[in-house]
Design a protein around this ligand. Structure first.
Ligand SMILES: NC(=O)c1ccc[n+]([C@@H]2O[C@H](COP(=O)([O-])OP(=O)(O)OC[C@H]3O[C@@H](n4cnc5c(N)ncnc54)[C@H](OP(=O)(O)O)[C@@H]3O)[C@@H](O)[C@H]2O)c1
Length: 279
């Protein structure tokens, strides 16, 4: 645990620079706003001024005229660019980065050690692995703390993610499993929702009703487990009558190997993450 001599602001007064507000940087901005960050204090710098203005307008924050303008006086600098850009970007901004600014990376596969090595010694870096549903307060984010981050600086990052859904501290070893169980799993769940809706349509329901029923069923099942703490297998058995429709559905589910397919998809995401990091 490290404590800082410098004052770390509250979310409502923190100045945040977002370098790259795209598919993931955008949801991060939305969850920061939900946690109390103010639009006038959040400055977006994308690859062009036009793109910065578009993203800032959609998010209700401020477009920076340049990257330098976004970085000036920043307490937190969010790196929302693609993983292959992160180390070069850190080299480019190192001189303009305020000494006290916490660098927050969203990138898969770029380690804390690599980021710290690209900056002058002692700079605070936090690595995060967010999932896009943080934009609506129902996502997950895994936070990994760099060696020079003070308790106060880390506390600011935790507060800014306090409305994300689930925000937990993880180790860099755990991030691969985290990607399989959260970041990439979101897309697998969307694919499942799509296929469930398509089948409900094939069985005769109108598409909007099919989508509504499938989404409500998935949301409801997850909420029951969250609110009661009941194990998924126990909840499943409770809705399976002898010789009934659900028993038939579950038997086919197992015959088709769906359980194994989902495990393979999660393992593939985790393995890809390990390969991207070089371990
Ligand atoms: N998508 C996910 O579900 C997800 C989940 C977890 C982590 N991540 C991580 O999030 C990061 C971004 O991924 P993404 O899916 O959000 O990509 P994206 O949608 O392509 O967004 C990338 C953003 O970076 C901006 N950018 C590119 N070059 C730049 C530069 N030189 N200076 C300033 N801004 C620049 C782009 O601006 P323009 O629009 O102007 O080109 C865009 O806003 C990646 O590191 C990824 O590993 C993504």
């Amino acid at each position: 645990m490290t404590s800082s001599a410098t004052t770390v602001p509250a979310p409502s007064t923190a100045r945040v620079a977002v370098i790259g507000a795209g598919n993931m940087g955008g949801p991060v901005v939305r969850t920061f706003l939900a946690a109390g960050a103010r639009g006038e204090n959040v400055h977006v710098a994308n690859s062009t001024p036009g793109s910065s203005e578009r993203a800032a307008g959609e998010l209700g924050v401020t477009a920076a005229a340049s990257r330098s303008e976004a970085l000036a006086g920043a307490d937190l600098v969010v790196l929302g660019v693609k993983p292959y850009q992160v180390i070069d970007l850190l080299g480019e901004i190192a001189d303009e980065l305020p000494v006290q600014a916490v660098v927050l990376s969203l990138a898969a596969g770029v380690t804390l050690e690599a980021m710290e090595g690209a900056l002058p010694a002692g700079r605070p870096v936090v690595r995060s692995m967010p999932s896009t549903p943080i934009a609506v307060g129902e996502g997950a984010v895994g936070l990994m703390r760099g060696t020079s981050v003070t308790d106060e600086q880390y506390g600011l990052v935790e507060e800014l993610f306090s409305r994300a859904g689930v925000a937990v501290t993880i180790t860099e070893d755990q991030v691969h499993a985290f990607i399989g169980a959260a970041g990439s799993l979101v897309a697998v769940v969307y694919a499942l929702l799509e296929s469930m809706t398509d089948e409900a349509v094939r069985q005769g329901l109108k598409r909007d009703l099919a989508a509504q029923l499938v989404q409500q069923t998935v949301r409801g099942a997850a909420t029951v487990l969250t609110e009661t703490g009941v194990h998924a297998a126990v909840a499943k058995n409770a809705v399976t009558s002898p010789g009934g429709t659900t028993a038939e559905a579950l038997a086919e589910f197992e015959r088709q190997g769906v359980r194994g397919s989902i495990a393979s998809a999660m393992q593939a995401a985790a393995d890809r993450s390990r390969a991207m990091t070089g371990n």
